[in-house]
Design a protein around this ligand. Structure first.
Ligand code: FAD
Length: 406
């Protein structure tokens, strides 16, 4: 149980991968943390599965990356394809071998990362996680923050110096501080279907984005129970009137998959889900002693795999600055630099690029499609242009730019 009157701790709402990363990075600096999680256990989340090189660099300091590498699939190549023409451009992250010790994408299910992080967290002294304890109220004063959380029908009152809201896209924390979630929601839902059918037999890289004016697809192979893994395919649900139950019915799932993969009469599909997709950024990321990180602060479409990666970058950035404030090496205005760096990067890079990626895949004008494909082919075929492209798409360039923001 938390020490109710101790202000000497940081409270984190949400034990998703972002909250747990913030907790580990704070605990590593000797800062006591309490994590409040609404669910009774870590969620078995099938959303994110692709990690970029800078994320692995950041998590290496806590021994997390080594554990991820043991369980994950290294993906050095990824493709942009056209549903009819096949490969448009193939990218080789090996070209970044001089820039990063991790010149590949790593595929690993989000819930496996959360488990690794939780094990690391609980190995530090003075860390705790309270499951089935949703944050339900926040008060702050000059000396600290009081978090109210419901548990077994009672309201707990937990004192801390700071509170970080990592409680996901529907964040209670964001609403409690009155921060508007600016942006928009795409009209189409996304269906994510997983199958053990091995697309590499048809020339697919383990991560591929397949353009089509009627129905684009994005595929990526995750480790699941070990090789050969499961292939996840993301489809837009273009008919707004198609009910969720129909999309997820056996017929609906088989029809969608067979339209894209006409090689089998029936595919085993252990997982199928539907997501609403948003492009939104919270207006305020800090109000006094309360800060936001991860999906609580920003959400975007999954094309490019920036959502969780960006959230983990928030967590590491914020924990570093909060540590400096905690140990008296900086005053709390340093936390405003966290907001400037991470919020600007999210708007300028994550939002802009994920929207551009979606537009590329769904473009209907044949002339525009041709132009964009030609440009990609040109970039991929010449090392001098492929390297800058890879630095952008693997988030390295946007992090370098963020460092310049004071
Ligand atoms: C189909 C799909 C594919 C994706 N693929 C990728 C990818 O490949 N790469 C990538 O980078 N991103 C990807 N994303 C995005 C990624 O899944 C999210 O960005 C990520 O889950 C955000 O992590 P988080 O910890 O901020 O929030 P979450 O994972 O949502 O965790 C929030 C936690 O807070 C808890 N919580 C909620 N309310 C409260 C409360 N009041 N009190 C306490 N706890 C609370 C929740 O139970 C949950 O455990 C994808 C998303 C989708 C939909």
């Amino acid at each position: 149980m938390p020490s109710p009157d101790s202000t000497r701790r940081v409270i984190i709402a949400g034990a998703g991968p972002v909250g747990l990363t913030a907790a580990v990075a704070l605990a590593n600096q000797g800062i006591p943390v309490t994590v409040l999680e609404a669910e009774p256990a870590l969620t078995h989340d099938l959303r994110a599965g692709t990690f970029h090189p800078p994320t692995m660099e950041m998590l290496a300091a806590y021994g997390v990356t080594d554990a991820m590498l043991e369980q994950g699939l290294k993906v050095p190549h990824w493709q942009v394809r056209d549903r009819e023409m096949g490969v448009v451009a193939e990218w080789d992250l090996g070209m970044l071998a001089d820039v990063t010790p991790y010149p590949f994408r790593l595929h690993l299910e989000q819930h496996k990362l959360a488990r690794i992080l939780l094990d690391k967290l609980l190995a530090y002294p003075d860390t705790e996680i309270l499951f089935s304890t949703p944050l339900s109220g926040i008060e702050q004063d000059a000396g600290g923050v009081t978090a109210f959380a419901s548990r077994d029908g009672e309201t707990l009152r937990i004192r801390g110096k700071w509170l970080i809201g990592c409680d996901g896209g529907r964040s209670f924390t964001r609403k409690a501080i009155g921060s508007e979630f600016e942006g928009f929601t795409w009209p189409e839902r996304f269906a994510v279907l997983s199958t053990d059918y091995d697309l590499s037999a048809h020339g697919y890289a383990r991560n591929a984005y397949i353009a089509d004016p009627q129905e684009w697809v994005a595929v990526f192979c995750v480790p699941h129970d070990g090789p050969p893994g499961l292939w996840r395919a993301v489809f837009p649900i273009t008919d707004p009137d198609e009910p969720d139950e129909e999309v997820l019915s056996s017929d609906g799932v088989q029809r969608r998959l067979k339209g894209f993969m006409p090689w089998r009469d029936h595919y085993d599909v252990p997982y199928a889900s539907i997501y609403r997709v948003h492009q939104r950024v919270a207006k305020d990321w800090r109000v006094g002693r309360v800060l936001l990180a991860g999906d609580a602060a920003h959400v975007n479409n999954p094309l490019g795999a920036f959502g969780l990666n960006g959230g983990l970058h928030d967590a590491i950035n914020l924990a570093g600055k909060l540590g400096a404030v905690w140990h008296g090496r900086a005053d709390d205005t340093l936390l405003d630099r966290y907001v400037r760096q991470r919020r600007n990067t999210n708007i300028d890079f994550v939002q802009a690029t994920s929207i551009r990626n979606k537009r590329l895949l769904e473009e209907r004008d044949p002339g525009v499609r041709r132009e964009r494909f030609d440009e990609l082919r040109r970039q991929a075929s010449d090392r001098n242009s492929a390297i800058p492209f890879l630095l952008q798409s693997s988030m390295i360039m946007s992090l370098r730019k963020a460092e310049e923001i004071q």
